[in-house]
Design a protein around this ligand. Structure first.
Ligand code: NA7
Length: 564
């Protein structure tokens, strides 16, 4: 990356930037845009060959957002908003990817990124108060700040199936779907996993494959999407009201325009409950359905009532009563696994070419050369699709070997569970920011709204540092402990505390259990973060005294430097 001729005996030249941003999804694009706008020299790195982040990788058939597209987009720019028109209520992956390409092109962001390059490690040099970042391309980059915009659901859950290497058929992962869609016509396909990805891909594969065998461990609650083309009148109305809608979105708990809930379920008669739930069911969409009553996430009886409503819907759709019972979710509270949003998911099990295998009863024992053994049965398969999920929230951060003060590894520091201050910073790791990190609301709601808040806060913090001549910022241990308690108390009494899902790390064997996102709502989180900043960044430490002014933020440090 150097432009300077060097002697072969000299250490390799090091490109120097004010900030390195890792990832080119929603978060990375916005971070590069804002930091560049404030005059910082920024370099982005992205493993994929182009922008998109999660929407680049998750290109499996049926991949679609479970938040309505009119809200699942940036709100910060009137121009971006005016220049883009969504075609469907719930956008499919290709359209969201095109949207992110449009954003990158409109803001001229791609030139700030190095693609097909993974950041492998980042080490903080305490002598110089700077990070040394190394990539798979063999480059070392010197930077004052590192912003990890690596995504919440981007590190794959390891595939630990016995005999997998013996399998001679093809395997695919929904989150690494080939750019050229494989031809599955006439093939015997297996799918492992029935979370959001499985629920979306299964109806599509059933239409293409000769036979589809679904290996289900935990059945999921799913609400019909009722996806439809958007009408020009509603699009125009949303565009015309963009400033108000943006303000409204920023005030909400979940980061999208919320329908008002009706109140506590117990206050309503049986007839009224049914009417309300039918109304929300007919509207479609998981998040608004869960929000019909205010206490579904709090009260076990209310939760059970709404869960039963969905169970009845499943039984009404699925023809074979035994198959229906296998598909009916039991044993956990509605909403403690992310609710799915589907198109014809349960209907798919009425097709003659689809078979459901309950791997709770008949666990997957091993792969063979030509199939999968579950229980005592051998299922012959030509290909297997893994929809087995992610090491959520912490996985992609810890995939990077991060060393902070005293050379301490973030993997060690988080070995008993992640600890952050407002999900954005970790004590002992100065000038390192995590976007949608554990302890932030991130995916609980509209992640794009969360990302806008997180990135804008980081941008403001860096501006503050420049204005005050600070070189480093870091979370204090006290700040981190305070936030851990805030996060705990916001979860107290919620059924989410009992989550056995990727929300709590339960899907990854050996991962420490902790409710990973902050559950107090994006509105509260925004207020807390604003208060922190207003109070002179309470809970953070600026290392001004130890920093000569010439190394304050944004000061040029030369375009090419070598690390000592
Ligand atoms: P999820 O929601 O984590 O779902 C993964 C699915 O794979 C789930 O049904 C798992 O069953 C199943 N799974 C995982 N490992 C195994 C093994 N070893 N054997 C059998 N079944 C297994 O991931 P998704 O990709 O669907 O969705 C993630 C999020 O992306 C989603 O919530 C949206 O926000 C977007 P389990 O429940 O563990 O019994």
């Amino acid at each position: 990356m150097s432009t300077r001729e060097v002697d072969a005996t000299e250490p390799a030249p090091v490109a120097s930037y004010d900030a390195v941003v890792v990832g080119a999804g929603f978060a990375g694009l916005y971070a590069v845009h804002l930091l560049r706008k404030q005059g910082l020299r920024v370099r982005g790195f992205e493993e994929a060959p182009s922008v998109g982040g999660t929407w680049f990788w998750n290109r499996y058939p049926g991949a679609r957002c479970d938040i309505e597209s009119l809200d699942y987009c940036f709100s910060f720019s009137d121009e971006l908003q005016a220049g883009w028109t969504w075609s469907e209520r719930y956008a499919a992956q290709p359209e969201i990817l095109r949207y992110l390409e449009y954003v990158a092109e409109s803001l001229d962001l791609a030139r700030e990124f190095t693609f097909e390059t993974r950041v492998e490690a980042a080490r903080f040099d305490e002598e110089r108060d700077r990070w040394s970042v190394t990539t798979t391309a063999g480059d070392t980059i010197d930077a004052q700040f590192v912003v990890l915009a690596v995504g919440v659901l981007s590190s794959l859950k390891p595939l630990d199936f016995a005999g997998l290497d013996d399998f001679r058929g093809e395997t695919f992962h929904t989150a690494r779907w080939p750019a050229e869609d494989p031809d599955l016509a006439g093939r015997r396909v297996g799918v492992i996993g029935t979370g959001s990805s499985g629920v979306q891909v299964i109806p599509m594969l059933a239409e293409r494959a000769a036979s589809l065998t679904v290996f289900q461990r935990t059945p999921n609650f799913s609400v019909p999407a009722r996806n439809r083309p958007l009408e020009s009148a509603e699009i125009e109305a949303v565009k015309a009201a963009h400033p108000e809608r943006r303000a409204q979105r920023r005030r909400t708990r979940s980061g999208f325009i919320e329908l008002d809930p009706f109140g506590e379920l117990q206050r309503f008669s049986a007839e009224e409950r049914e009417r309300i739930l039918e109304e929300r069911w007919a509207m479609g969409g998981g998040a608004q359905f869960l929000r019909a009553f205010t206490d579904v996430g709090l009260d076990e009886d209310s939760n059970a009532y709404v869960a039963d409503f969905i169970r009845r819907k499943i039984r009404a759709v699925v023809d074979d009563p035994a198959v229906a019972e296998t598909l009916v979710p039991t044993g956990y509270f509605l909403g403690t696994k992310r609710i799915c949003v589907d198109t014809d998911y349960f209907e798919t099990y009425n097709r003659p070419n689809v078979r459901l295998v309950d791997v709770r009863k008949d666990p997957i024992e091993r792969f063979t050369a030509d199939g999968v053994v579950a229980g005592s049965e051998h299922h012959e398969l030509d290909c297997v699709v893994f929809a087995t999920g992610f090491d959520a929230l912490t996985g992609a951060i810890l995939d990077v070997d991060i060393r902070g003060r005293d050379g301490r590894s973030l993997r060690d520091v988080w070995s008993a569970g992640p600890r952050t201050l407002v999900g954005l910073a970790v004590p002992g790791f100065p000038n390192l920011f995590t976007v949608t990190g554990p302890g932030s609301p991130s995916v609980l709601g509209n992640v794009v709204s969360a990302i806008e808040q997180h990135v804008e806060w980081i941008d403001d913090c860096l501006r503050h540092m420049r204005d005050h001549g600070h070189a480093t910022v870091e979370a204090t241990e006290e700040g981190e402990s305070w936030w851990a308690e805030q996060a705990r108390s916001s979860a107290r009494g919620l059924l989410l505390e009992k989550a056995e899902s990727w929300y709590s790390g339960a899907n990854i064997p050996g991962k420490p259990r902790a409710l990973l996102p902050y559950v107090g709502g994006l509105d509260t989180f925004r207020r807390v973060c604003d208060e922190i900043a207003r109070d002179g960044y309470r809970g953070f430490l600026f290392d001004q005294a130890a920093t000569p002014p010439e190394r304050a933020i944004g000061d040029p440090v030369g375009t090419t430097r070598t690390l000592s």
